[in-house]
Design a protein around this ligand. Sequence first.
Ligand code: IPE
Ligand code: IPE
Ligand code: MG
Length: 232
Amino acid sequence: MENIPQHIGFIMDGNGRWAKKRVMPRNFGHNQGAAVFKKTINWCRELGVKCATFYAFSTENWRRPPDEIKGIMDLLRRYLKDIRASADENIRIIILGDIMTFDKDIQDELIDIMQTSKNNTGFIVGIALNYGGRAEICNAARTLAVKCSQKEITPDDITEELIGEYLYTSEMPPLDLVIRPSGEQRLSNFLIWQAAYAEFIFMDVLWPDFTKNDLEYAIREYAGRNRRFGGI
Ligand code: IPE
Ligand code: IPE
Ligand code: MG
């Protein structure tokens, strides 16, 4: 296939509805969703994608009931082991988001995974955890404001490229495609800067039911689109 997207963003949505349909607790859906996350990494690699970023927990998801949040954190702890195994398969892991709000053991593990996988070149997995696009842009603005006040740069130095260097995605290829299953048609604060010229594919499947076929469908659909970037 030609025209393979280099970087796909996945909004892993629909876990709760998937569990509800089975009269199971929401965390059962999150467990199933985590298994699909792992499989999707392999499908992306097989199909020639270079980088995939997964929205796992948003800055707004703290609004959920404490038992659901606890379930997600326990799941994260268990998955960190799996993630570490991926780091051994020449996969670089980049965490997007403010991880300082997580328990210390999770923070340490995440920092360690990022550092030990730093030089891996086979594939990049981004995991958005306590991530919000507005918070990301706000942090970049604050850092650049400090640099201005310390006279390291002048306001004229602030370009789109410079802001891009202060985003979590600075070492990733440009975002080509955003896939959101679950039927919702919104970004929910995911990669809002990076998605300025990305293609969007919204699918009715719930994330725990997402298959390799769904991914192939989305990539084929993407390949047939005409990206003009404002030109003709
Ligand atoms: C997405 O699934 C996972 C997280 C936000 C952590 P949801 O939990 O939002 O599932 P629905 O949208 O309620 O079905
Ligand atoms: C977006 O899903 C966040 C993640 C998938 C992690 P939500 O379920 O939180 O989004 P909304 O609330 O439907 O916009
Ligand atoms: Mg949801």
